[in-house]
Ligand binder design. Structure first.
Ligand code: NAD
Length: 473
């Protein structure tokens, strides 16, 4: 990965960008500006550990682009964190946000620690000190830069960040919007946990609803009846599988690191999850066949493959053996560039990670909006909608002399709760982004793949913003 001295993750992002830029008309100086990381903050700070030792912590925050404010991107706690990786991830955030029309520039943060080697109290001290360093340099704030969870961080860390920020900025009315991914009790939004998996489902479903795309792949329109293989039964894999199954697709196989299971009649992700929890392994699930070599599941005969575990799982060795017609990149970077080339030649449609797994950042945007508006989604209109629906239904029943079933009544009456609106906003976002990328690809069939079309989409949007803003003299 990015630790190899001769490999630069940031440089590889620049190369993908350059490849896509050839399909645009923007002047080279503007393209250079879009690619560059605007601000890179590399810091070292001391933290006193439980045993009294002082440890110097290495950490970063990168703001790739301020063409929109604030910057947005997760904070990663990992041994592998380095400046090159944080710069690459920050630039990917700029392009991801642009594609899904989330009005943020890209950012990313990282602390070079393995969180498992620290006590909860030590982690809290590290997180709070990191936040205060960001405050000191004006690198965090609801209008400046808004972090979120990433590898090794979650709601707990976000709660520490918002608390530290607000104690250093008392009276800042929008302070809760300085970070997203917070617990609901601390200003978080409902629907975030399932957001990435649900977004993956919405994106793939939209592609499956395009008759021209499906006919090229030799598949029928719609997700119902499609045979799905999911790799990884974590947050993203579990929720992707759940929404595919609930919408009539058949999850024929699920792979975890200890092995994979197959059942051509379909697997229920919740039952599999409970089985794994109880027995410690996904294997020996009732009614399913074991596949002891987990990666073999990627090569199963299926319509849609959803890698939702790790990077680089499909590479030059196994790409020729892939039988899926569509790969939905739920994980970040599940395909190596060599695999990409092989799959393009095979005619496999790869739906790229850069936008397909943008559900998390999209719902983060909704959380930030909630924080700025200081009101829960649905609070103002839920009761009004329910009263109105009751009235309309009553009138219809009076006029027709017939009444609807109790189940129908509940469905028609229901006014939107926060989670309904968040899911609906996510659905709209993923459908629009999928159509925008596909339109670009259709208008220019020389673009080799959907990934490049997604980059072109991002470049056009960021460049248009710069052009409309003008470059400050
Ligand atoms: P997670 O840790 O909840 O789940 C990952 C799962 O993959 C785990 O169950 C793990 O056991 C399994 N796994 C590990 N090695 C495996 C192997 N060799 N074969 C099969 N399964 C294996 O993580 P997650 O949040 O679901 O994230 C998964 C991927 O999606 C990552 O690439 C992440 O960067 C990406 N992603 C996540 C989000 C999000 O909101 N969580 C957003 C965007 C992208």
């Amino acid at each position: 990965m990015s630790n190899h001295s001769d490999y630069s993750f940031f440089h590889s992002v620049e190369q993908s960008f350059d490849k896509a830029a050839l399909f645009t008309q923007w002047e080279s100086g503007l393209l250079e500006q879009i690619k560059a990381c605007n601000s890179v903050y590399s810091m070292r700070f001391p933290v006193k550990m439980d045993d009294g030792r002082i440890e110097v912590i290495e950490a970063y925050r990168v703001q790739h682009s301020q063409h929109k404010s604030p910057c947005k991107g997760g904070i990663r706690f990992s041994d592998a964190v380095n400046q090159d990786e944080v710069m690459a991830l920050a630039s990917l955030m700029t392009y991801k946000c642009a594609i899904v029309n989330v009005p943020f520039g890209g950012g990313k943060g990282g602390i070079k620690i393995n969180p498992r080697n620290y006590s909860v109290y030590e982690l809290e001290k590290i997180t709070r000190r990191y936040t205060s360093e960001l405050v000191k340099k004006n690198f965090i704030g609801p209008g400046i830069d808004v972090p979120a969870p990433d590898y090794g961080t979650g709601e707990r860390e976000m709660a520490w960040i918002v608390d530290t920020y607000q104690s250093l900025k008392p009276g800042e009315i929008d302070g809760a919007g300085c970070v997203t991914g917070k617990p609901v009790t601390q200003g978080g939004v409902r629907g975030r946990k399932e957001a990435t998996g649900l977004g993956v489902f919405f994106g793939v479903r939209e592609v499956c609803n395009m008759p021209d795309v499906m006919s090229k792949l030799g598949l029928s329109v719609g997700v119902a009846g499609k045979r799905i293989v999911v790799q990884g039964l974590g947050n993203v894999g579990y929720h992707s599988a759940k929404y595919f199954r609930e919408n009539g697709a058949i999850v024929v196989a699920i792979a975890e690191f200890e092995g994979a299971i197959y059942n051509e009649d379909g697997l229920n992700e919740e039952a599999v999850f409970q089985h794994r929890k109880a027995t410690g392994s996904i294997l020996n699930f009732p009614g399913a066949t074991n596949i002891t070599e987990s990666t073999k599941a990627l090569e199963l005969d299926c319509d849609i493959l959803i890698p939702a575990a790790l990077e680089n799982v499909i590479n030059k060795d196994n790409a020729p053996l892939i039988k899926a017609k569509i790969i939905g990149e739920a994980a970040n970077g599940p395909l190596t560039p060599e695999a990409d080339e092989i799959l393009i030649k095979k005619g496999v449609l790869v739906i790229p990670d850069m936008y397909l797994n943008a559900g998390g950042v999209t719902v983060s945007y909704f959380e930030w909006l909630k924080n700025l508006s200081h009101v829960r989604y649905g609070r103002m209109e839920k009761r009004f909608t329910e009263n109105m629906n009751t009235h309309i239904l009553g009138q219809i029943e009076n006029l027709t002399g017939k009444s609807v079933s109790d189940e129908e009544r509940r469905f028609i009456m229901h006014g939107a709760e926060e989670v309904d609106l968040v899911h609906s906003g996510l659905e709209e976002t993923m459908i629009t982004a999928t159509r925008e990328i596909m339109d670009i690809w259709k208008k220019n069939p020389t673009i080799p793949d959907m990934r490049t079309a997604a980059y072109v989409c991002a470049i056009n949007k960021v460049a248009t913003t710069y052009t409309e803003l003008g470059i400050f003299p």
